[in-house]
Design a protein. Structure first.
Lengths: 85, 494
């Protein structure tokens, strides 16, 4: 995956988890929960989708690293870069 | 203390009808007009019951002195006494979704037009099966996120609840939401969500780490009622009533009882079903040889017909707003009808085969609580599902009570919409409620050849029947494990 594809893959998951939200102006540096109507169950949905779609396991201690979109990109890029799309 | 009355007070001996007297309206002979109720009685008691009492008197006289005596005994008891407004329960709103529409008027129009609501759907592992499908807009009252996290049953319940409050003219944000109760009948809950999860993890070699964290909140038995409270911010009590196919009536009955107990001031009652999204219910009925099939799905649901071969499973929902009459009056609410009687009992016999004598007892108990006799009922809406034996058993019970009652009409709504399981009783009631206004008894369709074992007097077949007047509807709903429910509603006249 390219960096752009990885960003799109993450946003696609967020779009499923938060279908009522406008993601076009998402601020990469702000916690997702502070700018979108999301809670802990939604966050578990993101973890579940990563598992189902890309076989990526996110250990519980790493959850804070996915708090922002930029954090997701940083954490997931090494894991997704090898994924063929 | 209620005043006691005697024969001289309730029968006008001269045969003259003074102003204010009420006749039964059904006597074939003018000579029987002397059995109208006198003005004194009408002033002492509820005028809206006068016609029922007059009917019963006339029937008693025709059956001889013993009948008259027992009727007088019945009349002099407290049963005909007018209850205070805060003990009377009325329905002031209704919301529904059904295979024949999402509003009472659309549903009613299709019933009177004879339009069947059954189609064919693809079911997991089983291929095509006939079913009733709802097409309401899930997003009308629910966000996409809440829908994703919730259940179809919850979505149905939310839609029905919001529509019911709108119909009742109640803005829930402007009332004390801690005084609203939500009582939703369900036949089953959780099978759809469990089947979906199993199908989902099968794609991941049954890795249970892929089992959704939403499964528990989706499958707890109170789910559909709980989703309503979250959606509307209702902080009063909520729960579902697991009552097999008697659940729709059970939800209504619970709502009425909680109002009478003073537990709540506004009650939502009725039932929902998402069952068509479970292959298990279809497969189980098929294994029982009780799943309907027909080359034309619209003809698959055919209670009382010789060619009936089982149940058509449908989804649906119907919730009513119930209030104490005193509260409804205080806010100037439009009153759709009054709940005058209800009963539930158990066959204590077979898990799947209904017991006619117990069904009859349930109807009798509801009639007694309503202080009316069988002849006072205008429409009996049967539960019959289209199974060979079940329809025979109910017909036997109905005949036991309603034979030789020329003013009682019998019909069946499942012939149009199939069996909406937990929603059935509530949906079938709303399908008949408009009869109070339009005077039509909707038909039982798909009866090409009536099974003589299912014959009942005044069974309305294939075409709706215009009758002189409809005041009282008796609604049957029975279910597996021998659970029976009967609800009686009446035109509200003050």
């Amino acid at each position: 995956m390219t960096k752009e594809n990885i960003r799109k893959a993450i946003l696609d998951i967020i779009a499923v988890v938060a279908p009522d939200e406008d993601l076009s102006n998402i601020d990469g540096g702000v916690r997702l929960r502070d700018q979108l109507d999301m809670d802990s169950m939604d966050f578990l949905d993101i973890v579940m989708e990563l598992r189902k779609r890309y076989k990526i396991e996110v250990p519980k201690e790493d959850y804070p690293l996915l708090a922002t979109l930029d954090g997701c990109l940083e954490y997931l890029t090494p894991k997704l870069v090898a994924v063929v799309v | 203390m209620e005043p006691r009355i005697g024969l001289s007070q309730i029968i006008e001996p001269s045969g003259v009808l003074p102003d204010g007297d009420v006749g039964c309206g059904t006597c074939p002979s003018k000579s029987l007009r002397r059995f109208v109720l006198c003005t004194t009685f009408c002033k002492l008691h509820a005028l809206d019951r006068a016609r029922s009492v007059a009917r019963r008197l006339c029937q008693a006289v025709q059956s001889g002195a013993d009948g008259l005596e027992s009727t007088i005994t019945w009349m002099t008891g407290c049963s005909v006494a007018k209850r205070p407004d805060n003990e009377r329960i009325v329905i002031t709103g209704v919301g529904l979704t059904s295979p024949l529409g999402d509003t009472p008027s659309e549903f009613r129009r299709n019933l009177l037009n004879g339009t069947p609501g059954i189609t064919s759907i693809e079911t997991r592992f089983m291929g095509e099966v006939p079913a009733g499908v709802c097409r309401f807009d899930e997003r009308k009252h629910q966000s996409g996120k809440d829908r994703r996290r919730g259940t179809r049953a919850g979505s149905i319940a939310i839609f029905c609840a919001c529509e019911a409050f709108a119909d009742a003219g109640i803005n829930v944000e402007q009332v004390d939401r801690s005084r609203i109760g939500v009582y939703v009948g369900v036949t089953e809950h959780g099978t759809v969500e469990t089947e979906n999860e199993i199908a989902a993890i099968r794609e991941f070699d049954y890795d249970t780490k892929c089992w959704s964290h939403h499964h528990n909140p989706r499958t707890v038995a109170n789910n559909p009622a709980g989703e309503v409270t979250i959606n509307l911010g209702i902080t009063g009590p909520h729960y579902t009533l697991g009552a097999a196919c008697a659940a729709g009536n059970a939800g209504l009955i619970q709502a009425a009882q909680m109002l009478q107990l003073g537990e709540v001031d506004i009650a939502l009652g009725g039932g929902v079903s998402e069952s068509i999204h479970s292959f298990g219910i279809f497969a189980s009925f098929a294994s029982e040889n009780a799943l309907a099939h027909h080359e034309d799905p619209a003809k698959a649901s055919r209670p009382f017909d010789t060619g009936r071969c089982g149940i058509v499973v449908s989804e649906g929902g119907c919730l009513y707003v119930l209030e104490r009459l005193s509260d409804a009056r205080a806010r100037g609410a439009r009153i759709l009808c009054e709940v005058i009687g209800h009963a539930m009992n158990s066959d204590a016999a077979d898990p799947v085969v209904p017991l006619p004598e117990r069904l009859a007892q349930c109807m009798e108990l509801a009639l007694a609580r309503a202080s009316i006799g069988p002849g006072d009922v205008d429409i009996v809406n049967t539960h019959a599902t289209g199974t060979v034996l079940g329809d025979i058993q109910e017909a036997q019970a109905v005949r036991q009570l309603f034979s030789d009652q020329p003013g009682v009409w019998v019909n069946n709504t499942k012939s149009f919409i199939g069996h909406a399981m937990g929603a059935a009783g509530a949906l079938e009631l709303v399908g008949n409620l408009a009869a109070l206004e339009d005077g039509y008894v909707h038909a039982t369709i798909n009866v090409d050849e009536l099974d003589p074992r299912c014959a009942m007097d005044n069974l309305v077949l294939n075409e709706p029947r215009k009758v002189a007047r409809v005041d009282t509807i008796l609604n049957n709903s029975f279910g597996m494990l021998g659970i029976n429910s009967v609800l009686i509603v009446r035109r509200f006249t003050g």
